[in-house]
Ligand binder design. Structure first.
Ligand code: CUA
Length: 374
C-alpha cells in the first residue's frame, strides 16, 4: 500500500517537471511561434527595449518564486506531524524581526525594479525627432482602424493596414471617433487598445483624449496587431497589419496612394450608387476620410478588409457587400454597413460592385475571371 502511494508520488513529480520543462521551453524568444504577434520576437527598437526590461525581471521573479515555493514545501515536509510523534503545537504570537524584514525586503526589491521601469516608460514615450519621422493619426472605430497620414502634401488615408518605412520612427496619434452633438458625444465611441506586439506595447485609444505611440520596424515584413481592449461584439474582429517596406518601396507606396483610381462620377456609371449610396459613407478621394466607413480610393490594394477579418478577394468582397452584418457581428451600431440583401440587392448586383471595386481601386488591377465583362 505504502509502495503504491510512493509510486504515485514519483509519477506526479515527474509529470510536474515535464510540464514545467515544456512550459519554460515555449517561452524562449528564439524558439517561440513565428505568428507575427509575438512580443518575445521583437522587430523594432521599442519592442526590444520592452523585452530587455522584461527578461531580467522574469529571472528575478523566477528566483523569488523558487525561494518562496521551495521554502514553503521544505517547511511543510520538515515540520509535519509524523505518526507516533504527536506533540503540542507551540503557540507563537508574532515575530517583529520577521514581520519587518518581509515587509522591507519586497519594498526594496520593488524600489530597485522601479528605476529601470520608469526610465523605460519615459524612453518609450519620448517624441521621436528627425526629418524621417512619419506621422499618422489612428482613429479607432467600431470595429476597424482608420489611418490618416499627416505629413503635409501626403494625402494618404487607409484602413486596417498601416504601411511604414523600415528604420524610421513612426509617431501615431491615437484618437476616438470625432465628436457629435450634443457634446460630449462620440458616435460609436468606446475605448479600444492599439497593439502590435512585435513593434511596441499596448496603448489605449480613448474617445475625447489624444494618446501617442511610437513604432519602428528594423526589417521589412508584415506585423500583425489586434485591438486589445474589449470594445463590443466584433472586438475579436478588430485586427490590423503593419507592413514595413524598404524606404524606396515605401516612397513608391505613398506615391501610388496619392492619386485616386476612381471618382464618384465613375462609381455612378459603374454601379448603382444612387440606390446603394456607397459614397455617402465611404470616400473615393485620396486622403479624404469617409463620413462613416473606410476610405475606398485604394481598397483593392489592401490585403484584408472589415477590420482585417477577411482577405481581399472577389468572393469575400461581394458577400460582404451583400450582407455585411451576416459576415461580422455589427450589433445595433447607429452607423454601420447595412444588410443590403434585406434592401433588395441581388447577388449579381453585389458581385458587380465587388468587381467595380477590385478593378477601379487597385493600383495594379488583377481582376478575377468572374469579373470578365463586368
Ligand atoms: Cu476595439 Cu477591442
Amino acid at each position: 500500500m505504502l509502495d503504491r502511494t510512493h509510486r504515485f508520488r514519483r509519477a506526479g513529480a515527474t509529470a510536474a517537471i515535464a510540464i514545467a520543462a515544456v512550459t519554460l521551453a515555449s517561452c524562449g524568444d528564439s524558439t517561440g511561434p513565428k505568428n507575427k504577434q509575438n512580443a518575445l520576437r521583437p522587430a523594432g527598437k521599442y519592442s526590444h527595449e520592452i523585452l530587455d526590461l522584461t527578461r531580467p525581471f522574469f529571472w528575478i521573479a523566477v528566483v523569488i518564486g523558487i525561494g518562496v515555493i521551495g521554502g514553503t514545501i521544505f517547511v511543510a515536509l520538515r515540520f509535519r506531524e509524523k505518526e507516533g510523534e504527536e506533540r503540542a503545537v507551540r503557540q507563537v504570537h508574532g515575530n517583529t524581526v520577521l514581520e519587518i524584514s518581509w515587509t522591507v525586503i519586497p519594498a526594496v526589491i520593488l524600489a530597485v525594479m522601479a528605476v529601470p521601469t520608469v526610465a523605460t516608460i519615459f524612453n518609450l514615450a519620448k517624441k521621436p525627432t528627425g526629418a524621417d519621422v512619419v506621422h499618422v493619426t489612428v482613429t479607432a472605430r467600431q470595429w476597424w482602424w482608420q489611418f490618416h497620414y499627416d505629413d503635409p502634401g501626403n494625402g494618404v488615408e487607409t484602413a486596417n493596414e498601416l504601411h511604414i518605412p523600415v528604420g524610421a520612427p513612426v509617431e501615431l496619434t491615437l484618437q476616438g471617433p470625432p465628436e457629435c452633438s450634443p457634446a460630449p458625444c462620440y458616435l460609436n465611441g468606446v475605448i479600444h487598445s492599439f497593439w502590435v506586439p512585435e513593434l511596441n506595447g499596448k496603448k489605449d485609444v480613448v474617445p475625447g483624449r489624444t494618446h501617442y505611440l511610437n513604432l519602428q520596424a528594423e526589417r521589412p515584413g508584415t506585423y500583425l496587431g489586434q485591438c486589445a481592449e474589449y470594445c463590443g461584439l466584433a472586438h475579436a474582429d478588430m485586427r490590423l497589419r503593419v507592413i514595413a517596406h524598404t524606404p524606396d518601396d515605401y516612397r513608391a507606396w505613398v506615391q501610388s496612394q496619392r492619386t485616386a483610381k476612381t471618382t464618384v462620377a465613375a462609381l455612378e456609371k459603374g454601379v448603382d450608387n444612387v440606390t446603394w449610396q456607397c459614397a455617402s459613407c465611404h470616400s473615393f478621394e485620396s486622403g479624404k476620410p469617409g463620413a462613416v466607413g473606410p476610405n475606398l480610393a485604394h481598397l483593392a490594394d489592401r490585403t484584408g478588409f472589415a477590420g482585417d477579418k477577411y482577405l481581399m478577394n472577389y468572393d469575400n468582397l461581394w458577400r460582404w457587400v451583400y450582407d455585411a452584418p451576416g459576415r461580422k457581428p455589427l450589433g445595433k451600431l447607429t452607423q454601420r454597413m447595412p444588410a443590403f440583401k434585406d434592401q433588395n440587392m441581388s447577388e449579381a448586383e453585389a458581385q458587380k460592385i465587388a468587381c467595380f471595386l477590385l478593378i477601379n481601386t487597385a493600383t495594379n488591377p488583377n481582376p478575377p475571371p468572374e469579373c470578365a465583362g463586368k
